[in-house]
Design a protein around this ligand. Structure first.
Ligand code: BTN
Length: 245
């Protein structure tokens, strides 16, 4: 299990940047940085993550050894967030493949994972989790499909409790993943995307395309059927995905 040590901040630019600095100074796996608010929260693909007080913002360092697909850290973290949110609230929290956590079709949390390597060796992965908890996020023009735990649950969530449950869950899933266990059942049970019509854009592709999401594979790939046949999309190749139904 991961041994967590916390740096707790009132406000910072980005917990992701602070965790990266600590990692570069040699901080061990399990070093976690938590902030009550962020002035420059980092989202995927250079987007901003709006981070007022009343959210859960945490970044932590992983130093995995011998993992075949370190890129899957974000998917493992998204599964942990969905488990943690469900445990506290009993709301059905699912993953919009690969790493958005959704409740009632709206985005409640996002995950980012950034790996640093020296040559062929992986030095560390910094995983960042942002959960909209008690601050209202509806009406944000930059994130029209955003929601929060409080909006969905009808009352405020105890943020330290949610943090503990999400990180406990991450620790369990990470141990399984590191042992080389087959994670397919975790992906299948958590993904809202399976069976749906989706539209997606690949980082390398010019135009978005649509199809039906059929399955998830052990290596985190989404199996999709479109008019050209069956496609296997790897999470790291995706720019964005929308569920159409
Ligand atoms: C996304 O784009 O969906 C991912 C958002 C990740 C936001 C979190 S909040 C804690 C950590 N610090 C950051 O600056 N970003 C991540």
């Amino acid at each position: 299990m991961v041994e967590w040590t916390f740096t707790e901040l009132e406000e910072t630019g980005s917990t992701q940047a602070v965790a990266k600095e600590l990692a570069e100074k040699g901080a061990p796996e399990g070093t976690a940085v938590v902030a009550k608010s962020q002035t420059f929260g980092e989202g995927r693909l250079g987007r901003r993550w709006v981070s007022p007080p009343g959210g859960l913002y945490v970044s932590f360092i992983l130093r995995p050894v011998g993992l075949r697909r370190p890129e899957l850290a974000a998917l493992v973290a998204a599964a942990a967030v969905s488990e943690g949110v469900e445990e506290v609230t009993r709301l059905a929290a699912t993953i919009r493949w690969p790493n958005d956590v959704m409740v009632s079709g709206k985005k409640l949390a996002g995950v980012i994972a950034q790996a640093q390597s020296s040559g062929a060796d992986l030095d560390q992965i910094i995983v960042g989790i942002g959960i909209n908890c008690n601050a209202s996020v509806s009406g944000n023009p930059g994130a029209p499909d955003a929601t929060s735990v409080a909006e969905q649950w009808g009352r405020d969530v105890e943020i330290p409790l949610l943090r503990t449950l999400v990180l406990d869950s991450f620790s369990r899933l990470y141990a399984r993943w590191q042992r080389g266990a087959d994670m397919t059942s975790v992906w299948r049970s958590r993904l809202s995307t399976l069976g749906k019509r989706v539209q997606l854009k690949l980082k390398t592709g010019e135009t978005p395309f649509s199809g039906t999401a059929k399955d998830a594979e052990e290596d985190g790939a989404l199996v999709m059927k479109d008019k050209s046949g069956i496609l296997h999309i790897r999470p790291e190749d995706l720019e964005w995905l929308r569920e159409l139904e």
